[in-house]
Structure formats: C-alpha cells, structure tokens
Design a protein around this ligand. Structure first.
Ligand SMILES: Cc1cc2nc3c(=O)[nH]c(=O)nc-3n(C[C@H](O)[C@H](O)[C@H](O)COP(=O)(O)OP(=O)(O)OC[C@H]3O[C@@H](n4cnc5c(N)ncnc54)[C@H](O)[C@@H]3O)c2cc1C
Length: 394
C-alpha cells in the first residue's frame, strides 16, 4: 500500500530542512526526501559559513525574514546545545556618492540604510578614517564609507541543516536520504511522488531542490538560472589577531571599478581555517550535472590579484582551499515562494538568488503556514512565480 503524508518535502538543504522542521513542529505527518545525505557539499548550502544581518540591502521586504530567522536559529541552538550563530558584527562598504559593484541589487548600501532605519536596527555609519582606525584589515579609499551593524553574524550552514533534520526527526518527521524523487503527479486528492525507492502520496508537496529545480520542473527553466560560484580561503601573514571572530566583522564590499563586489568572514575556525572571501559570477549558466567542481590555479591567482591583495594587504598569496557552490537566480534576484501554475498542492520555495540562507528558517515557517492555512504571517507578495513567467495567464 502507498504510504500517505500530509506533506512531502523534496530536497533537504537550507530550505527543505527548515521546512520539514517547521511542519513537524506544527504536528503534520511529514516526509522529507533527499537524493544525497544533507548536509553535503554538492548543492548551495555548504562552505562552513553564511552571512546573516537584519538590514537587508536586497530589499527591505526581507528584513522580517532575517529577523524571524535569528529567533528560530537561536531556538534551534537551545534545542541542540550548539553554537549555530556567531556574532561578530558586519560592515557593508561602498562608495559615498554613487553605487559601485552590484551585490544582487543596485544601491545595496543605500537600501541597507533604509531598512536599518525602518526596522530600528542598531548600526553606525563610518567614514573612511573611522573604518581604518577600527578595522585596519580593510584598505579603504577616502571616498568610501561603511554601514556597521552590531548584530550581524556568521551562520554555520552544515551544522544548522544537521540540527534541523535531527530535531525534525525527534518530532516525528520521516527522513529519507540517498533517495531521488524521479517524478510527481497531482491528482484530485493528492500528489503522487515516485522515487528511486518507492511511491508516496502527499496532500501537498514542497519542491526545495535548489539548483536541481529546473530538472524537476523543466517548463520553468527560463525563470531560474544556475551559476557557478567559488569560495576561497586564504592564509593571513604574521598573526591572525585582527582576523579572529570578534576582531573582524563579516563584510560585503561594493568595489569601485568592478562589476561584482566581494564578501567575506573572519577566520571562524582559527588559523588553520584561513580567511574566507568570495565574489560573484554570472558569466555562464550551468546546472548541477554540468557544473565544473574543480577550481583552477588561474582562477585562484586572478581572485587574489584583483580582489584580495588590493583590499587586504595582510592576506597572503596562499590559498588554503577553494570550493565550488551554486546560485539559483531569478531575473530580479528575488525569491520564489509560490504554488506551481494551476496547482494548489505543489509549492516551490528554493530559488533564493544567492542570498537565502539567512532567511531560510523563516522561509520554512512561512511554507509550513501556507500548507496548513493558505496564508502566512510574513508578507510574500513579492515572491510570486507569475512575475517571472512569459505567459502571465498560467
Ligand atoms: C557561494 C555561496 C555563498 C552564499 N552566501 C550566502 C550568505 O552569505 N548568506 C546567505 O544568506 N545566503 C548565502 N547563499 C545562499 C544560500 O546558501 C542558498 O540560498 C541556500 O543555501 C539554498 O538552499 P536550498 O535548500 O535552496 O538548496 P540546496 O542546499 O542545494 O538543497 C537542495 C537539496 O535538494 C536535493 N535534491 C535535488 N533534487 C532532488 C531530487 N530529485 N530528489 C531528492 N532530493 C533532491 C539536493 O540533494 C539538495 O540537498 C550563498 C550561496 C552560495 C552558493
């Protein structure tokens, strides 16, 4: 006999593990399925650290999601007795007068300030001389300023996913790993989900399969583009003192003269872990099957020459490791949390345009509310799928 569930969640990365947990908290009978065994390093949620902040430069609509996620991540920390959110402060650096490199959206720094004022988020605005005095690791120009958010923090993505799945299980969620969803079909009463192992029925299903989404719903391929990204960990010359958590903030820097800026973290795992820094790349569309997972020495050298050495003079030309990860991006860099066209049972929640982790706990809660009641506490009107479709009648 086919086993039935109130909800089936396909993909257990950042979004899916949060969704399974929130559904289990609400007492639903939930099945979570993943083709791999999360946390893993083949999707979009690996690389030791993610930035979180409350004033969101991608648009003030996101701040309620990150603020609620802080609460949910702290609850999770209490449940598993681990540190999942590491407070270190955050700098958003940019040009005083005009926008420089793009970070998901234009006017990132200006939007951040607007959100900070709207949601009364504790912050300071620093002139170049203040930045140099307080944070000598950063080599800023005279015309650069920074927004400093006291509560900005580092999230530990792999630990969070592991904790969310463990607590969900304790609450009764059924978790199947190393099982691939091959197809799904909506009937009048449920969605039938066929996997590499069996067939299940869900009253509703959630597609949170990150960069694999296009393979699951090929009709939407034009709406979601997957891009290869690289994370780098460099060694620091002399001492790590200024690069430790608490000494150094996370940062997002809209560099002058570049299309895309940089972001990075203090050496959260100490000297052996190195200083993590990355930029963004939108040159070539890829897919999880085709993406090149190796990083060339040329790519490492170019990153160091162009985007590390000029801005962090104390960072050595010695890469400790470099890792490939994927963004799943919409044309307006905004999320999608919505049912598939003409479906009341199949919801997607995963394309997060490279800035989703900090919001993922609240996205999970929002999806759980939608499945249960049809509405959500947080406003998701900006995340409709329809805006991305050529045929708006769908
Ligand atoms: C380099 C990089 C840096 C980032 N930095 C930040 C940051 O600093 N702050 C921030 O907030 N966000 C950041 N993000 C974004 C954030 O990490 C992502 O939005 C988030 O992790 C995406 O999670 P996901 O659950 O959508 O996808 P994934 O984590 O990829 O999960 C998808 C899951 O679906 C499973 N799956 C796929 N197909 C199937 C199938 N057919 N059957 C079963 N299972 C399936 C996969 O195995 C996978 O586990 C960054 C992303 C990247 C790549």
């Amino acid at each position: 006999m086919t086993e039935s569930f109130d909800a089936i969640v396909v993909g257990l990365g950042a979004m899916g593990s949060a969704t399974v947990l929130e559904l289990a908290k609400k007492g639903l009978k939930v099945l979570g399925i993943d083709r791999l065994a999360p946390p893993h390093s083949l999707g979009s949620s690996h690389g030791d650290t993610r930035i979180t902040r409350r004033a969101i430069g991608e648009g003030e609509v996101y701040s309620p999601f990150s603020m609620r996620s802080y609460e949910l991540f702290h609850d999770l920390e209490d449940k598993v007795n681990e540190t999942l959110v590491v407070k270190t402060g955050g700098l958003i650096l940019g040009n005083k007068a005009k926008s420089a490199a793009i970070n998901h959206t234009f006017d990132f720094l200006k939007n951040t300030l607007t959100a900070a004022n709207k949601y009364q988020i504790e912050h300071e605005v620093l002139e170049a001389k203040d930045i140099r005095r307080r944070f000598p690791q950063f080599k800023v120009d005279d015309d650069e300023i920074a927004y400093y958010e006291f509560g900005a923090s580092i999230l530990r993505p792999e630990m969070i996913i592991k904790a969310q799945l463990a607590v969900a299980k304790e609450l009764g969620a059924v978790i199947h790993t190393n099982e691939t969803v091959l197809s799904f079909e909506e009937t009048n009463t449920c969605v039938q989900v066929k996997t590499s192992v069996g067939v299940y029925e869900g009253e509703q299903i959630v597609l949170s399969c990150g960069p694999w989404l296009n393979g699951m719903v090929p009709d939407l391929e034009n709406a979601f583009k997957v891009y290869r990204q690289i994370l780098y960990w460099f060694d620091v010359s002399e001492s790590y003192d200024n690069f430790q958590v608490g000494q150094m903030p996370i940062f997002i820097w809209q560099l002058k003269g570049h299309d895309h800026g940089i972001y990075g973290f203090p050496a959260v795992d100490g000297k052996n872990g190195g200083f993590k820094i990355a930029s963004e790349n939108y040159d070539q569309i890829t897919s999880p099957d085709k993406v090149r997972r190796e990083v060339d020495t040329d790519e490492i050298q170019k990153m160091y020459n162009d985007k590390v050495a000029p801005y962090f003079p104390r960072v050595k030309n010695k890469c400790i490791k470099a890792v490939v990860c994927m963004y799943t991006v919409t044309d307006d860099s905004a999320f999608v949390i919505d049912y598939l066209p003409s479906s009341k049972r199949i919801l997607i929640c995963s394309p997060c345009s490279g800035h989703g982790f900090k919001h993922s706990a609240a996205v999970g809660e929002t999806v759980a509310e939608l499945l249960l009641t049809g509405s959500s506490t947080l406003n998701i009107s900006a995340f409709k799928l329809n805006r991305l479709l050529e045929d708006k009648s769908l």
